[in-house]
Structures are given as structure tokens and as C-alpha cells.
Design a protein around this ligand. Structure first.
Ligand code: THG
Length: 279
């Protein structure tokens, strides 16, 4: 199954057989004080610097999140989208809990975006599915609902099935639904990663959809984050992860290694290119 995303003229295909497409996570104010302070001044230089660095490091799609306390994201998200679009021809993943901000950003972006995100709650499905349909966007479905987050992979799969069913009923193509199995901090729950890995396996086998996740969530609060994230992403890719949201400057090497190991990189061309490009 293939999900196609579009920038102004560029096209990116996310294929359930790989290779893995990295969605750059860095345009996100979490722990980036400089992003908050520059955005508050209406200065987009730093956003553009983050975009450029991620593209150079191997991102094919950029996640755009401008959520911080007191922000008017109905205004700021489309402004940020326009700033990025003015300089880079790359598909965007619009990351906001506010459907009005998502809609305003879709209007500004054009192309074919990824909406980040809907979940299994009625409120979320009712607010966002028709917007996705209207703007021809793909969407990320988080495997959580009114009852919160379950630790049972079968239940997460059931929520993914519900989101898919509702999306298709709303006129959205099956391939435009990407599932997020939810990656959570393993420091606070020792089973967190294994539940995510099992959910990935189930969604891949039973629904055959593309799969994303916030790949660096798992290492919050721990040392050796890069090592932990690398090990986890390899296992997740083996199980069916196809488009992680991650920091490409830290994860691209492991992603290229996984693709090579899984027979998706003839003659190791992309793997070697990546390391040559870094010298
Ligand atoms: N699923 C979906 N969307 C998501 C998430 C998810 N969007 C937000 C988040 N989770 C993924 N994005 C980030 C962005 C930054 C960081 C983690 C996840 C992060 N920042 C570093 C830190 O906290 O230390 C700072 C910068 C760095 O070291 O690169 O880790 O789960 N659908």
C-alpha cells in the first residue's frame, strides 16, 4: 500500500514495503526555547534553519508543530507553513490538537499534507475527517480513544480499525490513513515498547497500512537516548514501521541500516551514499 504526499511540485511515496520515510520532528517547541522566542517575535529564520538541517540530514517530510502556551495557532501554524513553503518544496505533516489550526494550515499549504492527528474519539473523528476529505489530505490515526490509552495491543488494533472504517466512510482513501501505535516512555512503563512493537506487527499484518510513531518518545528521562532510539527503531521497522517522526540528524543512519538489512537497498547504494555525504 502506498501513501503519496505532495509539496508544491515534489512527491513523496510512503510504501508499506519500505524504504522508510523519515518525518522530521524538530519544528516543535518542546524543549526548544529558541523556537518559542523567535516565533513569538514573528521571526521564521530559526524555523527555516531547522527545516534545512533536517532536509540535509534525510527528512522527506517535515512535521510542523507550533504549540506553546498562549499561542494563537490558527494564525501561527499557517504563517509558519507559508514561511517553509516559500523556501522548501517538501510535503508537510501538520501537528496540532486544534482542528481550526489544521484547516487554516491546509489552506495555506496546498499540495497534499499529512494531518497529525486524529484519534478514535468521536469528537476528533467528527471534527477532522471531513476536513481531510475536503482538502485531500492524508491523516495519522492515533490508537487511543475516549477510554484513553490501553496497554493491550489488540485493543489498539481495534481503534486503528475503527479510525480506518470511519475514514473510508467519510470518503478518504484507505491508503491515506497512517496509523500511530503510540510510542511512550519506557522509563515509566517497562512494557511500553513491547506493546508498541506488537501493535505495529498487528496493524501491519491485519490492516496493511503505513505506520508512523514519535520514535524518540520512548527515551524521555533516560541517558543514552540515541542508542535506545536506534535499537527501538530497528525493531519497529522490522515489524512494519514505515514513516517515523524523528530527528533525522540522529536517526537516519539507523534507518538506512535497517533498510539495508531488510533487503531494501540494492548494493547498499543509499547506505553508502548517506555515509559519503556525511564526510
Ligand atoms: N505521534 C505523533 N505525533 C507526535 C508525536 C507522536 N508529535 C510530537 C511528538 N510525538 C514527536 N515529536 C517530537 C519532537 C521533539 C522531541 C520528541 C518528539 C524531542 N526533543 C528533544 C528533547 O526532548 O530532548 C530536544 C531536541 C533534540 O534532542 O533533538 O525529543 O508520538 N503522531
Amino acid at each position: 500500500m502506498q501513501t503519496v504526499l505532495k509539496g508544491k511540485t515534489s512527491e513523496v511515496t510512503i510504501n508499506t514495503n519500505g524504504p522508510v520515510i523519515i518525518i522530521g520532528e524538530c519544528i516543535n517547541p518542546t524543549r526548544r526555547k529558541k523556537l518559542v522566542s523567535t516565533l513569538q517575535k514573528g521571526n521564521f529564520e530559526y524555523v527555516l534553519e531547522l527545516a534545512e538541517n533536517q532536509i540535509k540530514a534525510g527528512a522527506y517530510v517535515l512535521d510542523v508543530n507550533v504549540g506553546f502556551p498562549g499561542v494563537d495557532d490558527v494564525k501561527l501554524l499557517p504563517e509558519t507553513v507559508l514561511a517553509i513553503k516559500g523556501k522548501f518544496d517538501i510535503p508537510l505533516c501538520l501537528d496540532s490538537p486544534n482542528p481550526k489550526a489544521i484547516e487554516a494550515a491546509l489552506k495555506a499549504a496546498g499540495g497534499k499534507c499529512l494531518i497529525n492527528s486524529v484519534n478514535g474519539e468521536e469528537k476528533s473523528l467528527n471534527a477532522l475527517l471531513h476536513i481531510a476529505k475536503e482538502y485531500g489530505a492524508a491523516l495519522i490515526g492515533l490508537t487511543m480513544d475516549e477510554n484513553g490509552i490501553t496497554g493491550d495491543p489488540e485493543k489498539r488494533l481495534a481503534i486503528a480499525e475503527k479510525i480506518l472504517e470511519r475514514a473510508v466512510k467519510a470518503g478518504i482513501k484507505e491508503e491515506d490513513v497512517i496509523i500511530d501505535p503510540l510510542a511512550m516512555a519506557v522509563s515509566s512503563d517497562s512494557k511500553a515498547c513491547i506493546v508498541t512493537l506488537e501493535t505495529i506487527r498487528l496493524v501491519h499484518q491485519q490492516l496493511g497500512l503505513n505506520i508512523t510513531m514519535g520514535a524518540s518518545n520512548i527515551s524521555f528521562g533516560l541517558p543514552g537516548r540515541e542508542d535506545l532510539n536506534s535499537s527501538f527503531i530497528s525493531l519497529a521497522i522490522f515489524n512494519g514501521l514505515t514513516c517515523p517522526i524523528a530527528n533525522p540528524e540522529k536517526i537516519t543512519a539507523s534507518v538506512r541500516a535497517s533498510d539495508l538489512i531488510l533487503g531494501r537497498d540494492d548494493f547498499a547504494v543509499r547506505f553508502v551514499e548517506y555515509f559519503q555525504g556525511r564526510m
